[in-house]
Every structure is written in C-alpha cells, then in structure tokens.
Design a protein around this ligand. Structure first.
Ligand code: SAH
Length: 232
C-alpha cells in the first residue's frame, strides 16, 4: 500500500521508482525509533509516505538540485533533505539540527542506507554560519520558524547566486509581507512563490523562493535570543 502510494507519487513527479526500497527502509527505521523518541507526530505509514516523503520529493520538480550542495536547516527526522538525496544522488547534502538525538538517528539511517557522503551536523544554524558562511548552493527548510527568523538562519549559509527554499503552507501572504525587509537586509530577493499539491493528495503547499543576490553582512546572523526577540 505504502509502496503503491510512493510509486504513484513519484511517477506523477516523473521520478524513477528504483529508490522506493530505500525510502521504505527509511520509513521502517523512522517508525521503529519513533517508539522510543519523539521524531515525528505522523505515524501512519501511508501518511509518512505522503506528508514526509512525497512532500519532500515534490521539491525536485520545482527546482534544479542536480550536483548542488544543499543544507537542510532544522531537518528533524530528515525532511526534506534526506528524501531529496535518496531520489537525487548527485546532491551533496548537509543535514543540520539543534537536537543531538535527531542527528544521531540521521547518522544511523545514512549508515543503513549506505549514504556515507551525507554530512549530519549537530548544531544551531546561527552558529553553523561561523564556519560555513556563503558555502551552499541551496538551503532548504520545513516547519522550523516564521520567515523573517528563518531567513536570518538560512540566508547567511547560501552563496551569492544560490537559493533558499522554504516549504510553507499556502496561507502565508502575511508572513511573506513581513519577510520582505528581512530578506533584503540579508542580501536576498523574494521570488514569486511556487504553489503545488503533494502528489497523490489534494493538500496544497507553497515553496517560498529567495535568491541570494549579495553577500550577507557579517553582523548576521545574530544570536538566537536577539533574532527571536527582535526579528528583522
Ligand atoms: N524539518 C523537519 C523538522 C521540523 S521540527 C520536518 O519538517 O519534519 C523543527 C526542527 O528544527 C527541530 O528538530 C529543531 O531541533 C530544529 N531547529 C530549530 N531551530 C534550529 C536552529 N536554530 N538551528 C538548527 N536546528 C533548529
């Protein structure tokens, strides 16, 4: 059943089905570990297939990831970064999360799936920028923070000419307006968002796209306390 959902969803995205066994194994490891720690609120395997795997996979139809260095900021149990890397092996992936247990889980999954080049980093995005500033072609993020905050966490990591892709619900007009100032202060340009439907569902989603047009000033990102207290 889950396999059929994945097969149909991937086919709707014109993606091959050969990576389905890897996704299924990832789903098993997620279900197993979720019994002993909080990785995801979604536990039904069919929902995991749709809301985690296919929602992540949908990005491959909306942007060109081939050969890109990609950082997934606040990846949690690996979304969207890990399904992207499983389905597009030319991605050079860094998974970043502030919770050590989640990063340990990701390391385990990557070992099991033989994804030995995936970099799993335990750390906070605003601190990671000290060592990896302007060094990724793409940053992606889902369900981490509101855009003005998220932009300060992610844009410093993206090189000029690269993009930051934020997965949001369609109900984000206000959030987009509020983020305009932050995005330009951080050297970005807000593009027209891309709306899509998670394949095989009628769930609408929105990809907010920010192009990095100039280097981010060294004073950003600030400490998280400051970012939170006083979003740009
Ligand atoms: N992206 C995943 C997880 C969302 S939950 C998904 O969509 O399923 C949010 C995650 O962001 C948590 O795992 C949390 O530890 C992480 N996080 C929050 N703030 C962060 C920061 N400043 N730097 C790195 N990770 C952060």
């Amino acid at each position: 059943m889950t396999e059929d959902i994945l097969r149909q969803g991937l086919s709707a995205l014109s993606l091959p089905s050969e990576r389905i066994p890897a996704l299924l194994r990832y789903g098993e490891l997620l279900a197993e570990k979720n019994k002993v720690m909080n990785l995801t609120a979604i536990t039904d395997p069919e929902e995991v297939a749709r809301l985690h795997f296919l929602d992540s996979a949908a990005l491959l139809a909306l942007a060109d990831f081939r050969g890109e260095s990609v950082v997934d900021v606040g990846t949690g149990a690996g979304f969207p970064g890990l399904p992207l890397r499983i389905l597009e092996p030319s991605i050079r992936l860094t998974l970043l999360d502030a919770q050590r247990k989640r990063v340990d889980f990701l390391q385990e999954v990557c070992g099991e799936l033989g994804l030995l080049d995936v970099e799993c980093v335990h750390g906070r995005a605003e601190e990671f920028a000290a060592s990896r500033r302007e060094s990724f072609g793409l940053a992606v993020s889902r369900a981490v923070a509101a855009l003005p905050v998220l932009a300060e966490l992610c844009l410093p990591l993206v090189r000029v000419g690269g993009k930051f892709l934020a997965m949001k619900s369609v109900d984000t007009a206000e959030e987009l307006n509020a983020a305009g100032r932050a995005v330009s202060l951080l050297g970005g340009r807000l593009e027209k968002p891309l709306d899509y439907v998670i394949p095989g569902t009628n769930i609408p989603r929105r990809l907010v796209i920010i192009t990095k047009i100039t280097e981010t000033q060294k004073k950003y990102p600030r400490t998280f306390a400051k970012i939170k207290k006083n979003p740009l």
